[in-house]
Design a protein. Sequence first.
Length: 137
Amino acid sequence: MYPSEITEPIRDEVKALGLTQLTTEAEVEAALKQPGTALVFVNSVCGCAAGGARPGLALALTGSAKKPSRITTVFAGVDREATNKARSFFAEYPASSPSACLLKDGEPVWVLHRHQIEGRMPAQIAEAFSKAFAQHC
């Protein structure tokens, strides 16, 4: 478990982006089983989350014409049960954090892994999100 002095600013950052924080298994279940599209952003304290993933997602959310019906987040290493439950919706993909999965009617249609985030600039990551939104939302 990470200290709250580290995690709370990160939670505040994604909350300011408009993401719904899912902290329990029940919240994950309720959010991801609904019809329509849902983005699950698996947040983390690592540097590539701060340097690329969260800024890239922020750019995509402000610049994309199409967006998922629900934009949610779980916090790896902090809200473990919620994170594990979210990952169960896309269990065929290896767990990584940060990462993101776009679901349509509860089924994964696009996944962004950590290895696709590391070493990339926020604009490149935003482009990946935006393309997925345009195709599936």
